[in-house]
Design a binder for this molecule. Structure first.
Ligand SMILES: [Fe+2]
Length: 210
């Protein structure tokens, strides 16, 4: 029996060390530099920046619109009076909440981008907004990649936030585990699914003592 446990432990360590975190993507455009500065006061800014890194990991040729979309996709939560999901009783795929959240982010980013001077002429604001609005659902034209980048960054960077949902009484540990599983299960990009496995294992392990 002990030999089996040792084998399980070894396998677990092997899987965990198989994760190669996305390298940090240098900021090469002025509009991205401004966007990163704009989102920096948001308490989950790291999640947005890592989503940009994971997008480039999955697609090194991801266009500027997609990079801007991932680095701003949740930013409506930086502003008060946004939509809320009851984490204790709601579904994490609740389309009413998810659409309201994603559409509000697209609207906020639209206002911000519209107010920027010297935006590259070729940048399509409507494409940035399309990808933000689809970030929870995925879809064609790069939306699956944006969704996958969000999921991988979520599993990587928001483990402590999800723990606090439980320790602060917003939901129980089983609901917290369900959120992590949902973020992994919704991914459609095969290369992202491979990375999501070990990240999900880590995220679930972070709730083991709760
Ligand atoms: Fe996100």
């Amino acid at each position: 029996m002990k030999a089996t446990n040792d084998q399980d432990d070894t396998e677990s360590i092997r899987v965990r060390t198989a994760i190669e975190p996305a390298p940090s993507l240098p900021v090469c455009t002025e509009i991205e530099r401004r966007a990163i500065a704009w989102i920096s006061p948001y308490n989950q800014a790291l999640h947005l920046e890592r989503a940009r890194d994971w997008l480039a990991y999955l697609d090194p040729d991801a266009p500027l619109e997609a990079r801007l979309a991932v680095v701003t996709h949740d930013i409506e939560r930086m502003f008060p009076n946004g939509p809320q999901l009851d984490k204790a009783t709601g579904r994490f795929d609740d389309p009413h909440y998810l659409y309201a959240h994603a559409a509000r982010s697209a609207e906020v980013v639209g206002f911000w981008l519209h107010a920027q001077a010297d935006v590259p002429e070729e940048l399509s604001l409507s494409e940035v907004q399309r990808l933000i609005t689809l970030h929870e659902f995925g879809g064609v034209g790069g939306a699956d990649l944006v969704q996958a980048a969000d999921s991988l960054s979520f599993l990587e960077t928001l483990q402590d936030v999800v723990r606090k949902w439980v320790t602060h009484g917003e939901c129980d540990a089983e609901q917290a585990r369900a959120k992590h599983r949902y973020m992994a299960d919704r991914i459609r990009i095969p290369a992202a699914q491979q990375v999501a496995g070990p990240l999900l294992e880590q995220a679930l392990a972070s709730l083991d003592d709760l």
